[in-house]
Design a protein around this ligand. Structure first.
Ligand SMILES: Cc1cc2nc3c(=O)[nH]c(=O)nc-3n(C[C@H](O)[C@H](O)[C@H](O)COP(=O)(O)O)c2cc1C
Length: 362
């Protein structure tokens, strides 16, 4: 196996209209540290600044595209002027360190804490004795308004200084609810066949990429994840059809990002060992991002095997602000602490993970 420094992991790669200097990217990570108006604070500026590296890619936490897109507290948004201004401070801080930063565009759909909209009126399972939170199935005529919210949020992101946006179509949120067969029972042109279920996703890519350019647009999928009660009857067929349509219609997207089958949302999961990202990898000719349970060793191996891969780290990046440098030097890693992943507005477990040098001096 190649050493870290000589491996492709530390070779440059073109991503959209930017050149990455290495391929150790930070995953989108929800942290609930924005203020009560969904505005990122200086705490988040410190967090992202700490994790920025020269020529390294950061993907932000999932960010609400509109006021209606989600009601979780302390999740940032990108619909108001205050939010745009606050994000601009963050993108500036990342750029000063030579980093590249994409914003993840989020609509919760039925996963919201209050009744929201979805493909069909199918609720997530609830704990015994709790009322199900049944979403309202969108009318066909309402769908363009939501697609338009993605587009406006993408434009706002560019105004806020982001290098690009990634559409969140993974982990059982709004677009995934249309894509996968168990949460979409529609009978209009947005339901039924895989082609119909993929329609809103392709319309969203079209709207966003027409607004900000294909080279500043990306998308994330998790074909095998059962997180948020997702289950497609034929994930290989559904996601291959979609990947092929993206390849045919939007070949210049900055990247496609796939989550490994071994991951369910924010945790490791049992999975069918026959499941693999290979079918989608074989179709997509552009830059391929892969996330889920990666280690330095598996990332080096993946980067050797495929020239166009960028390797994405979630839990390890959260706990190691200097992860690329640690990998490059073979330094040991801090362990993540799950109990502070989602500690609303708290600096603890957010900006206090030590850098390697601080650790050695301590
Ligand atoms: C605390 C936490 C928050 C997460 N939030 C998001 C998110 O906002 N958007 C998203 O697409 N995935 C999210 N994920 C999933 C990660 O992006 C990633 O796919 C997952 O952690 C697996 O990678 P890892 O094994 O390197 O941690 C989250 C994961 C964790 C641990």
């Amino acid at each position: 196996m190649a050493s870290a420094t000589s491996s492709n992991l530390f070779k440059p790669i073109q991503l959209g209209n930017k050149t990455l200097k290495h391929r150790v990217a930070m995953a989108p990570l929800t942290r609930f540290r924005a203020d009560d108006d969904h505005v990122p604070t200086d705490l988040s500026k410190t967090y992202y600044e700490q994790r920025a590296s020269d020529g390294g890619l950061i993907i932000t936490e999932a960010t609400f595209i509109s006021e209606q897109a989600g009601h979780y507290p302390n999740v940032p948004g990108i619909w108001s002027n205050d939010q745009i201004k606050a994000w601009k401070k963050i993108t500036d801080a990342v750029h000063v360190k030579g980093g590249i930063i994409y914003l993840q565009l989020w609509h919760l759909g039925r996963a919201d804490g209050v009744p929201n909209v979805s493909a069909s009126a199918i609720a997530l399972p609830t704990a015994e004795g709790k009322e199900p939170n049944v979403p309202r199935a969108l009318e066909t005529s309402e769908i363009p308004q939501i697609v338009d919210q993605y587009k406006q949020a993408a434009l706002n992101s560019i105004e806020a200084g982001f290098d690009g946006v990634v559409i969140h179509s993974a982990n059982g949120y709004f677009l995934d609810q249309f894509l996968q067969s168990n949460s979409n029972k529609r009978t209009d042109k947005y339901g039924g066949s895989a082609e119909n279920r993929a329609r809103i996703v392709l319309e969203t890519i079209e709207a966003v990429s027409n607004a900000v350019g294909q080279e500043r647009t990306a998308i994330r999928f998790s074909p095998y994840s059962h997180f948020q009660d997702m289950h497609d009857a034929n994930p290989v067929e559904t996601f291959s059809l979609l990947t092929q349509a993206v390849q045919d219609r939007f070949p210049n997207l900055a990247y496609l990002h796939f989550v490994e089958p071994r991951i369910s949302g924010d945790s490791d999961a049992e999975h069918d060992s026959a499941q693999s990202l290979k079918p989608f990898h074989d179709i997509w000719k552009g830059v391929f991002l892969r996330a889920g349970g990666l280690t330095l060793e598996s990332a080096i191996a993946a980067a050797e095997k495929n020239e166009k891969e960028v390797l994405v780290f979630g839990r390890a990046f959260l706990a190691n602000p200097d992860l690329p440098l640690r990998f490059k030097n073979g330094w040991e890693l801090n362990q993540y602490k799950r109990d502070t992943f989602y500690a609303n507005k708290s600096p603890v477990g957010y900006i206090d993970y030590p850098f390697y040098s601080e650790k050695t001096q301590a």
